[in-house]
Design a protein around this ligand. Structure first.
Ligand code: GUN
Length: 294
């Protein structure tokens, strides 16, 4: 029987721990972690994510600010929000929800976030630090994946992890994290992407497969070796032909691969809740100043 990797339960446990740490931080140092969230435009998925992030902040006792700007907002206005939040002492973390409308250059925005408030870990300084193995803010989804693997799979040292997808948000950072020479990682990492002519040729070698392509149901049993562990990062909205209703599905055909895998994350309830839990931890660490400061 395949083991279900319950990200929802782990995330709830992490939030409960954090609630206590937040109380202590207030009692001992009079600091309340604060996160500023910026959403530009009307992307429905982004709206849901930002709402969930703000709700999670409230649940653990953080201050949170949400700014929702129209889709045609000029780039300079976004720069100005970031600059103001960089200066505010009560804001320890800044998150600009991606993707941004096309008139706004993503990298230009990320560059302007103070790296010690960059709780997404997307600033080039944190990206560079991650690659070099220096203290840094680790992007939330990769950090959540590592925490699930640590709890459910155990040591990854010498295991072959195949990552499918090379995004800056998931694929690249999770590959960098897993190849680090640390007790939690030290894996053999292969990164596949749309350039692969025969994807299954690579993925069938995986002890752990991380599916992060953003294509509904692209991974089936033909991509997996018997007893593999599957981490499904996909969150795809599809219309269920039977009911006509929208539902969330992963990149993996869950029911089909179930007999073949040792463990798997469901969608929803797997990686998604962990992303938010890790965002909260990063914000807490930004508030304590324990990660790094210039
Ligand atoms: N869009 C999809 N995932 C993320 C994330 O983790 N952070 C931000 N800022 N935008 C995203």
């Amino acid at each position: 029987m395949a083991m279900l990797i319950d990200g929802k339960a782990v995330a709830a446990e992490l939030r409960a721990q954090l609630r206590q740490k937040v109380q202590r931080l207030w009692q001992e140092r009079a600091i309340r972690p604060g996160l500023a969230l910026l959403l530009v435009g009307d992307n429905p998925a982004s709206q849901v994510y930002v709402r969930s992030k703000a709700k999670a902040c409230q649940e653990v006792g953080f201050l949170s600010i949400v700014e929702h700007l129209p889709a045609d907002t000029p780039q300079q206005v976004v720069f100005d929000y970031v600059a103001r939040w960089n200066e505010r002492e009560d804001i320890h973390g800044i998150l600009v929800q991606l993707p941004l409308p096309k008139q706004i250059e993503e990298q230009e925005v990320l560059l302007r976030i103070a790296p010690w408030k960059d709780v997404d870990g997307f600033h080039p300084e944190n990206v560079g630090r991650l690659v070099l193995g220096l203290p840094c803010f680790v992007p939330c989804t990769p950090a959540g994946i590592l925490e699930l693997l640590r709890r459910y799979v155990g040591p990854l040292s010498g295991k072959h992890v195949v990552v499918v997808g090379r995004s800056n948000i998931v694929g690249k950072p999770v590959a960098n994290l897993l190849m680090q020479k640390t007790p939690d990682a030290n894996a053999i990492v292969t990164v596949c992407h749309t350039g692969a002519h025969d994807l299954a040729q690579y993925t069938r070698q995986a002890d752990v497969l991380i599916a992060a392509m953003g294509v509904a149901g692209i991974v089936g049993p033909e991509h997996l070796k018997e007893g593999a562990v599957v981490i499904d990062v996909g969150i795809n909205r599809v219309v269920d032909p039977a009911s006509g209703k929208e539902r969330l599905v992963g990149d993996v055909r869950f029911e089909e691969v179930l007999p073949r895998v040792a463990a798997i994350t469901p969608v929803p309830g797997g990686v998604g809740p962990m992303t938010i839990a890790m965002l909260l931890w990063n914000t807490y660490r930004a508030a304590t100043g324990e990660v790094w400061r210039r």
